[in-house]
Design a protein around this ligand. Structure first.
Ligand code: RB5
Length: 141
């Protein structure tokens, strides 16, 4: 299952991502927000991060205006490795090298078409399981 959350700045992008992932056969859990009214993104970052950290979700996706606030907030939750990506190379590399478990993107910085390609690359790339990457990840905390 993939948990997803957004703030008002990325509500439409979130709906596009949900539709895209469901069309691909993924189960998606929408943690809010539920409209374009101004809201506080850390609430939704925490909701998705908790789903991933607890093991309820294998991966998470968080979108806001820039993706920056979401990534900062999500990375405060133990066990979370949230990566802000605006290109496919980074999305693949952060799964392979960092074992990122949450993808963050900005709706005001990344168009829908590219965002969906980034999502695909992120969810389709497994962690390398390479010893040197495991060692480095274990040095994060
Ligand atoms: C909301 O205006 C905006 O600050 C938010 O979407 C995000 O970009 C924060 O990092």
């Amino acid at each position: 299952m993939i948990a997803i959350g957004c703030d008002h700045g990325a509500f439409e992008l979130k709906l596009e991502i949900i539709k895209h992932l469901q069309n691909r056969g993924f189960e998606v859990k929408d943690m809010g927000c539920n409209d374009t009214n101004s809201c506080d993104y850390p609430i939704y970052a925490k909701a998705v991060a908790d789903e991933v950290a607890s093991g309820n979700a294998e991966l998470g996706i968080l979108v806001c205006g820039t993706g920056i606030g979401m990534s900062m907030a999500a990375n405060k939750v133990e066990g979370i490795r949230a990566a802000l990506c605006a290109d496919c190379f980074s999305a693949q590399a952060t799964r392979e090298h960092n074992n990122a478990n949450i993808l963050c993107m900005g709706a005001r910085t990344t168009g829908v078409g590219l965002a969906l390609m980034i999502v695909d690359r992120f969810v389709d790339t497994p962690f390398s399981n390479d010893e040197r990457h495991i060692r480095r990840i274990n040095m994060y905390s």
